[in-house]
Design a protein around this ligand. Structure first.
Ligand code: GLP
Length: 261
């Protein structure tokens, strides 16, 4: 009995992460958009967990294109975003609310009332975290969570050594994340030092997870996250324990991936 159970677990582990190798960023974006639109077609009122960063821009662009052609309908879709900088309001160009509005929400027929991003200007950020957790619960959880990968393996803003059991919480950004994101601000000093992020536990509670990674600069972390040990020092490595993860990465991002795929 014990053997059969561990074998089952082993088998499940083997098929837990589907990996799609894309030729390049455009191909990656199309593949990711296909997976997202399949979710919307299968469940028109689904809850999409969405991400910011440069990685998903192409996928959002593709979704907008398909929406304009009449191939996808966002009328009933609900969304929750992973994270937001503390101190930026939605009209700030580097806020994640602004990003989402411009890259996706304002260009499709989604009802803005059904789009959710943590409020980075909340007076009481701890209460905002609790409100966000309750909101996700009230929506029935996330059907498909989209994730990018930070260079240090962060997902959302869960930096290395984050506790795996946290839901939405306040984080202090690491120097490396501040440096990486400084390219988007006028100067490094303008990058907020704190953020509200869905936690690893919140992410792991999503029914399905889609990770996208592009470029040679992500090759090391893709390999560590999906081939290395599961450890809080590489937050994305926890995804190896989720039952339904798809990784779409381009050839450059998979160039150090050791497994044969
Ligand atoms: C930010 C975001 C993450 C994102 C990561 C990677 O820090 N909080 O959600 O995945 O950056 O960004 P990029 O896709 O630009 O490499």
């Amino acid at each position: 009995m014990h053997c059969r159970r561990s074998m089952k677990r082993y088998c499940r582990k083997e098929k837990m992460i589907r990996i799609y190798k894309a030729h390049n960023y455009d191909d990656l974006s199309r593949k990711a958009a296909n997976i997202i639109s399949a979710q919307v077609i299968m469940k028109p009122n689904c809850v999409l967990g969405l991400a910011t960063g440069t990685s998903p821009i192409g996928a959002y662009k593709q979704l907008v294109e398909w929406y304009k052609k009449g191939d996808i309908d966002f009328a009933e879709v609900r969304t929750v975003n992973l994270d937001e900088y503390i101190g930026l309001d939605g009209s700030h160009e580097q806020s994640y609310r602004y990003f989402m509005d411009h890259q996706l929400f304002d260009q499709v027929n989604i009802n803005k009332v059904n789009t959710n991003v943590p409020n980075g200007k909340a007076k009481d950020v701890e209460s905002e975290c609790k409100r966000y957790d309750a909101l996700i619960d009230s929506l029935g959880g996330v059907d498909l969570q989209l994730l990018g990968l930070g260079h240090n393996g962060h997902i959302g803003f869960n930096e290395p050594d984050s506790a795996f059991e946290k839901t939405t919480h306040v984080v202090a950004l690491t120097e490396s994340t501040i440096n990486a994101n400084a390219r988007l601000f006028a100067s490094k000093e303008e990058v907020p030092t704190r953020a509200i992020t869905m936690g690893i536990k919140s992410i792991m509670m999503a029914k399905k997870i889609l990770v996208i990674a592009s470029g040679a600069d992500k090759a090391d972390i893709v390999n560590q996250a999906f081939n290395g040990p599961v450890t809080p020092s590489v937050p994305a490595s926890i995804l190896q324990l989720h039952g339904d993860v798809t990784l779409v990465a381009d050839e450059d991002a998979l160039s150090k991936f050791c497994r044969t795929i």
